[in-house]
Design a protein around this ligand. Structure first.
Ligand SMILES: [Zn+2]
Length: 329
């Protein structure tokens, strides 16, 4: 389900065709397996509309599973988070869907979609959410608040070695809750994987497909043996390399600009020039570490960002001194 010629409208139609064959209670969501299953896996793609890289592998997986649909042990849900934003090629249409999961005001397009998706997410015994970054990544990485069972699933997926984490007591964003955060709040494991730079690629296809095969193969085998699926704690040599945010640099204003070509997980040293706060004033790395989410907004002819900017211009992460289990477990 992936070739260099694959485009988004073909993919969307291919997904919707399967959603018509295997419908769930909410739109843009494929449901497979037995309704009576004791274990339910939910897989999310494109909660941010421009992060489409997991969709081809998800379609391949749906096709694989549907051949044995009558004999699956678990129940599976595959959803497209924000189809309107996928069509528009944007992160979101009205507001960030991945900050919408505990809002009081759900009048926006994404607020309404979060209510639909919550009906699926509340069933999840495991939620895997595939994302991508705006800029290139030195390698894929997991990112979510530390939660022991989620960590064991992430290590089992074998999709990335690096993990950016935080104490579960710290919210990811003051704007609102992410889908994975919402599932963990219900006491269930949820994993977010950043596959690499946003868009379709062979790398995103392979990483998504192999991680889904690892998860689903394990779930089916454990249920075959009448065991509740839960991967063991990885041995120390297979532990993920854990990082925490060491510095957040708030968006300094519309004259600010990063130097070109900064990537996720690029190493920087304290005092290194990262760009300018405004012409003539350098933006320096306040600490040594690895860059995370460097921001390059679209700009007009005068160099001004086309859209209003908030949040951080970038973050810097550093390795944790101890395993997060010891720090916050
Ligand atoms: Zn995302």
């Amino acid at each position: 389900m992936f070739s260099q010629e694959t485009n988004i409208s073909t993919l969307l139609e291919a997904f919707e065709q399967r959603a018509r064959l295997y419908p769930s209670a909410v739109p843009h969501c494929v449901q497979l397996g037995s309704k009576d299953a004791t274990f339910k896996v939910v897989v999310g793609s494109a909660i941010h509309g421009n992060e489409t890289g997991s969709i081809p592998a998800v379609i391949s997986m749906i096709d694989d599973l549907s051949e044995d649909n009558g004999s699956l042990n678990a129940q599976y849900f595959f959803f497209l988070g924000n189809p309107d934003a996928i069509r528009a090629g944007t992160r979101f249409v009205e507001r960030d869907l991945n900050r919408c999961f505990d809002l009081k005001d759900n009048t926006s397009l994404e607020g309404k979609r979060s209510l639909e998706l919550a009906k699926i997410l509340e069933k999840a015994d495991l939620f895997v959410d595939y994302h991508q970054t705006n800029q290139p990544c030195t390698f894929p990485f997991f990112t979510f608040a530390y939660h022991e069972e989620s960590y064991c699933w992430a290590a089992h997926m074998n999709a990335a070695e690096h993990f950016v984490t935080r104490d579960m007591k710290i919210a990811f964003s003051s704007e609102g809750m992410c889908g994975d955060e919402w599932v963990r709040r219900n006491g269930k494991p949820a994993v977010t994987l950043e596959l690499g730079k946003a868009g379709l690629s062979h790398h995103a296809y392979r990483t998504t497909l192999s991680s889904l095969q690892r998860i689903i193969g394990f779930v089916e085998t454990e249920l075959d043996h009448k065991r509740s699926p839960r991967p063991i704690t990885p041995p120390a040599d297979l532990d993920l390399k854990c990082f925490e945010v060491a510095a957040k640099l708030p968006w300094p204003g519309d004259d600010a600009a990063l130097r070109p070509g900064l990537e996720n997980f690029q190493e920087v040293v304290q005092g290194e020039e990262l760009g300018v706060v405004r012409p003539g004033e350098k933006l320096l790395a306040p600490v040594s570490g690895f860059l995370m989410f460097p921001k390059y907004p679209k700009r007009d002819a005068q160099g001004r960002p086309v859209e209003a900017q908030g949040g951080d211009i970038l973050q810097i992460v550093r390795p944790l001194s101890q395993h997060p289990r010891t720090l916050w477990g």
